[in-house]
Design a protein around this ligand. Structure first.
Ligand SMILES: NC(=O)c1ccc[n+]([C@@H]2O[C@H](COP(=O)([O-])OP(=O)(O)OC[C@H]3O[C@@H](n4cnc5c(N)ncnc54)[C@H](O)[C@@H]3O)[C@@H](O)[C@H]2O)c1
Length: 325
């Protein structure tokens, strides 16, 4: 049977992809250095390699010694705020790391590569973006992802390796299995709101209230992690079958403001969340929502969890669960 390698498989989204691949009876290998991943998120049915993708020698050895047919490459650093302060770390981890993955794919007869990109590659203030909309990343994080996309495109163009570049919008929620979800605290709004909403007197920082949006706060397109994970399985099947390479937006096409999210958390927890307005953060985009007609057509995709109330419920349930750990 073919082996599928998932880099970053001990992380939030990676662990959901691994769970779904295993459910489909695939053989899964994970490469992760646990920098932001967790042992608890490593599925016991997968084969785990503690390895840093920056270490080409070790990485190539794993590729060489295992019959890998497809790679799903998620391993990366992903905090917009941190990327502005530590650009070198981001260029090295995200760009050099991807360069190593591409080189291993070329040397080891890999047939398919899926890359986790982001909506942060697009130019700001375009509101709704298509895959061919202008790119111009505002943050260092977005820049490293765009460089990685280009590395993949230029290196794999004339090879027999099909690739899919998936530009995720904002991912939230947790698996129905109750076993996996987001543990690491970064600068994600839904995670911060989930943590806050379990407190007796919840409060939340909002970075900027004077954006040119409907309520002055930033607007994003949130997609449930189970839907994002499923996309990988469907896209992998499709590019393999049709021997195609493609770039796809992964969102629901619904813009949700920071205040919309706060209100939904308040409604579900029946608690008032105290809002503290802070300065805008460098690198944050004003408003971005996905045009999803391309992905819907390509994989005949029908999202299953596309309601704000479901996503918020899923976040709160997971947060309650990990609080008991
Ligand atoms: N979470 C989101 O909303 C979102 C949105 C857009 C894109 N993405 C992309 O999705 C991917 C996964 O994000 P996530 O939210 O699951 O984050 P995460 O931090 O939970 O997962 C990243 C995983 O990669 C591992 N990793 C990082 N650098 C590594 C290295 N050099 N070698 C080996 N392993 C390494 C970490 O230990 C971690 O397990 C990232 O590429 C990210 O850029 C995420």
């Amino acid at each position: 049977m073919d082996n599928i390698l998932v880099t970053g498989g001990a992380g939030y989204i990676g662990s959901h992809i691994v769970e779904q691949l295993l459910k489909m009876k695939k053989r899964v290998l994970i490469v992760d250095n646990l920098s932001t991943g967790y042992k608890q998120l490593i599925n016991k049915k997968a084969i785990f390699f503690f390895c840093d993708i920056k270490n080409f020698k070790n990485l190539n050895k794993i590729f060489k010694q295992n019959k890998i047919s497809s790679v799903i490459h998620l391993a990366a650093c992903l905090s917009v705020g941190e990327s502005q302060k530590k650009p070198k770390k981001y260029y090295s981890n995200n760009v050099l790391g991807t360069k190593n993955i591409v080189e291993c794919c070329k040397r080891n007869n890999i047939r398919n590569l899926i890359f986790s990109s982001t909506c942060a590659v697009y130019k700001d203030k375009m509101k709704i973006v298509k895959e061919n909309s202008k790119v111009n990343p505002k943050s260092v994080y977005g820049k490293t992802k765009l460089l990685s996309e280009n590395l993949i495109k230029t290196n794999l163009k004339n090879r027999k390796i099909n690739y899919a570049i998936l530009r995720y919008f904002n991912v939230a929620g947790a698996s129905k299995s109750g076993k996996i979800g987001q543990i690491s605290k970064g600068d994600q709004l839904f995670k911060n709101l989930s943590i806050a909403s379990l407190k007796i007197r919840p409060k939340i920082n909002i970075y900027g209230k004077n954006y040119l949006t409907k309520d002055g706060t930033c607007i994003r397109d949130y997609i449930h992690v189970s839907d994002i994970a499923k996309i990988h399985l469907l896209v992998l099947k499709k590019i393999q079958k049709e021997k195609k390479s493609i770039t796809l937006n992964c969102g629901y096409g619904t813009g949700i403001s920071v205040l919309d999210a706060v209100k939904e958390f308040q409604k579900q927890t029946r608690k008032k969340i105290k809002i503290m307005i802070k300065e805008r953060r460098k690198g944050d985009m004003e408003e971005i929502t996905a045009c999803v007609s391309k992905i819907k057509k390509f994989i005949k995709w029908k999202p299953k969890k596309n309601s704000l109330s479901y996503i918020v419920k899923s976040c709160i349930n997971w947060e309650k669960k990990i609080k008991q750990y």
